[in-house]
Design a protein around this ligand. Structure first.
Ligand SMILES: [Cu+2]
Length: 70
């Protein structure tokens, strides 16, 4: 199990957080997902045998959100 924490630059309300959490319906291998509008973060726990960090980042982009570059 791998835990990934992403900072999201453009969540505008708590509905954005719910929308982001919806990527779990688009990807296999998501074990837990928690988006916080308050903290502007998305925390994903996933099975790296089933899904990659790149695929998770892509799914976030597809939802229309921007991940803060490290
Ligand atoms: Cu919103």
């Amino acid at each position: 199990m791998t835990k990934l924490t992403l900072s999201i630059l453009d969540m505008h309300c708590s509905a954005c957080a719910m929308r982001l959490e919806g990527i779990e319906d688009d990807l296999p291998g998501i074990l837990a997902i928690r988006a916080s509008y308050q903290r502007q973060t998305l925390v994903v726990e996933y099975d790296e045998a089933l899904v990659t960090e790149a695929e998770i980042r892509q799914a976030v982009a597809t939802k229309g959100y921007t991940i803060q570059p490290v």
